[in-house]
Design a protein. Structure first.
Length: 78
């Protein structure tokens, strides 16, 4: 990833909602790191927006990211 933006200071979040938002952000950042051309991502987006299998696969990526964040947060147990 060429961009030096720091977007992942910690996996710790205050709430599950914040954890889910972080999971989505991580998934999006991973795609941007893999497909570095923003214009190509726009072209590809049209393909997966109409393909339920690809949308489900995207949701699975977010679920795996969320699982990792939830474990890091001890599932938000006190």
């Amino acid at each position: 990833m060429h961009n030096s933006e720091k977007y992942l200071e910690s996996l710790l979040t205050a709430t599950p909602q914040e954890g889910r938002e972080l999971a989505i952000k991580l998934a999006r950042k991973s795609i941007a790191a893999i497909q570095t051309d923003p214009e190509m991502r726009k072209v590809l987006r049209a393909n997966y927006a109409q393909d339920t299998a690809q949308l489900i696969a995207s949701a699975q990526v977010i679920a795996v990211e969320f699982q990792t964040i939830a474990m890091a947060n001890n599932y938000w147990k006190p």
